[in-house]
Design a protein around this ligand. Sequence first.
Ligand SMILES: *Cc1c(COP(=O)(O)O)cnc(C)c1O
Length: 424
Amino acid sequence: MTAAEVDTQAQPAQTTWQDDAARDLVRNAGDRYALFVRGEGSSLWDADGRRYLDFLGGIAVTSLGHAHPVFVEAVATQAATLAHVSNYFATPPQLALAAQLKRLAGTGEAGRVYFGNSGAEANEAAFKLARLHGGSERPRILALKNAFHGRTMGTLALTGKPAMQQPFEPMVPGVEFLDSTVEALEAALDDRVAALFVEPIKGEAGVLPLPEDYLTAARELTARHGALLILDEIQTGAGRTGDWFGFQHEGITPDAITVAKGIGGGFPIGALITFGAASDLFYPGTHGSTFGGNALATAVASAVLAEIERAGLVENARVRGEQLQAAIGAIASPLIEGCRGRGLLIGVSLTAPVAGAVVAAAQSHGLIVNAANETTVRLAPALTIGDVEIDEFIDLFTRALTSVQDALPTETHTEPATPSEATT
Ligand SMILES: *Cc1c(COP(=O)(O)O)cnc(C)c1O
């Protein structure tokens, strides 16, 4: 046997990262497209050294972009100081973040903050808040059809998507789903409703805004019936829509909001923020989390929010969002119908159900976006983006649209008929 032959026999067959993923990861999601090893700002690099422009931001999570110096410094410094003690104790970063969130949400003195580690945990806490408010007199909880509130059993029960619920039935009882109209809300509300859960913009459903003045009407109607108004700001919060939180656009005061995603800038954290009397519902023993609100997570979120504030990124989200929507509107592609959303949470609406193909084409051109549904491409880039990122996005996105358009069978081409064709 030659040395080369011994070598080949001793080594296991070469496996790719795709093989590893297919063998080792739970099959709750489809195949992964890339193996990312590094990020900086709005750039990502895969294991082959290929660069991508990231316009998804980990789904509205990496608000400062990747590897931002403020994020890196906060993680390193707090990890070297104190990462975790049990919730039998308080830490300075935890108290600082609670005060910061109360200020940004405008709760005033009476507000309180509960910390968890994800959006679903924030909404679980909100669900329990609703039950504490409702007791046996108010067993009903209202939520909107097609909204998304999470994947745990409680938050899945709040999520008005029958296909997602069905494999996991029976659901936690008491939740009813409404059309997103003021009339539907008016008809459903009575004095047996504990709470209404609403996303200010339905992100997962395709960046679908509520009807104009819905939140104002919802505030009035829930208050009249003594029900809590609980807003899921997990995707819309932390400056993403051009206000600190989506509800501030309509100038209402909810009873509670939930936040996660963007507040940690990539560090896992979620929170329930209560306003007014809803702040007195939890009492000792009613809820808790081992990791929730630990010193490391809260120090990082605190630094991320402080940087968003210092660098004027809420305003940047508003201005760059308008710029981006205008630039997308100017792309000459028959596939583009228009844009929905506010600030840097944008749904690009397509004229054909090809969002999946557009996302795949974008990836092959080096652009990361996602398909919120068959006809909507979702954009949720870092709040730090400027002209350079927007120009590159428009270039890559236009090329992706062209690839998809060129691949469409001719009879389903979506060019509007010319006047002469239309009249013959
Ligand atoms: C992402 C999201 C959640 C769930 O958050 P996780 O951190 O994935 O548990 C809930 N509600 C909304 C609106 C979201 O966008």
